[in-house]
Ligand binder design. Structure first.
Ligand code: NAD
Length: 268
């Protein structure tokens, strides 16, 4: 792969599995030093596998435990990465989870849990990343002084019954992303989102693990294929590279056409 991100330091949250792990490998292949963030000690073995895989392929990576919903942990992670690696050039705000439930039965704890990781976690990490971009300024590694990619979802625009907390977190990410993109564009900081459709990862296993589930899911995907983490990772490398220099404040949908209202194809 072209070393489009050579010598840049990328923090990727929630990178011990799924889309984050895919991004970690692709960013390392593109020349970045990758910080493979994971939330708790029990995720360390999986993070170690990703780090070892990158290093054995000649890339640079290190694992870092931090719960992105905890302010003190996020502040410490960025401070320690800057101390050890010199700076942060790219943040992939990827960590996310679901805690689904019928709205009338959704507890405040389940609401707060999802919002605190998916939305507050992105706020905290973006804030620390932007402070570092501004402190460091132009280091000659990229035309922008820093890049952030927020992992959103097609559910930033598609309502999702039974997942109100998740959809609200992704809708919130859209305007968080746009607001900070507007605020920091004059500083040459680029902030965008990627909105994946259905990607085969642990978060949505119940939607693709049986043949019947897969067939039902494919009805929502005009391109007729379930996505894989590499589909998202390739788009993220491009969006973080100077090839996308003039792009900020936008959401790139990587969804096989899921947002094209497929139900209307023969019924509208
Ligand atoms: P995943 O479950 O494999 O990845 C989520 C990661 O976030 C896990 O590695 C998990 O350990 C980590 N995480 C959870 N809480 C955390 C915390 N407090 N601090 C740090 N890390 C934490 O699922 P995925 O599909 O790879 O999800 C990645 C992102 O992509 C999420 O934001 C998800 O909402 C988004 N997304 C996924 C899909 C899909 O179809 N898979 C579609 C749209 C959006």
């Amino acid at each position: 792969m072209d070393k489009k991100l050579d010598k840049q330091v990328a923090v990727i949250t929630g990178a011990s599995s799924g889309i984050g792990a895919g991004c970690a490998k692709a960013f390392a292949e593109a020349g970045a030093t990758v910080i493979v963030n994971y939330p708790r000690a029990s995720s360390k073995p999986k993070a170690d596998i990703i780090v070892n895989d990158i290093v054995s392929n000649g890339g640079k990576a290190a694992g870092y435990q931090c719960d992105v919903s905890k302010e003190d942990e996020v502040v410490k992670m960025f401070a320690e990465v800057v101390k050890q690696f010199g700076t942060v050039d790219i943040l992939i705000n990827n960590a996310g989870l679901q805690k689904d439930g019928k709205f009338t039965e959704m507890s405040l704890d389940d609401w707060n849990f999802v919002i605190s990781v998916n939305l507050t976690g992105q706020f905290l990490c973006a804030r620390e990343a932007i402070k570092e971009f501004l402190r460091r300024g132009d280091n000659g590694k990229s035309k922008s002084i820093g890049k952030i990619i927020c992992m959103s979802s097609v559910h930033e625009v598609i309502p999702w019954a039974g997942h109100a907390n998740y959809a609200a977190s992704k809708g919130g990410i859209m305007l968080l992303m746009k607001s900070i993109a507007q605020e920091f564009a004059p500083n040459k900081i680029r902030i965008n989102s990627i909105a994946p459709g259905a990607v085969k990862t642990p978060i949505n296993e119940d939607a693709w693990d049986t043949k019947q589930d897969r067939e039902k899911l494919l009805e929502l995907i005009p391109y007729n294929r379930i996505g894989v983490p590499e589909d998202i990772a390739k788009a993220a490398v491009w969006l973080a590279s100077d090839d996308a220099e003039y792009i900020t404040g936008t959401t790139l949908f990587v969804d096989g056409g899921m947002t094209l209202y497929p139900g209307f194809v023969d019924n509208g």
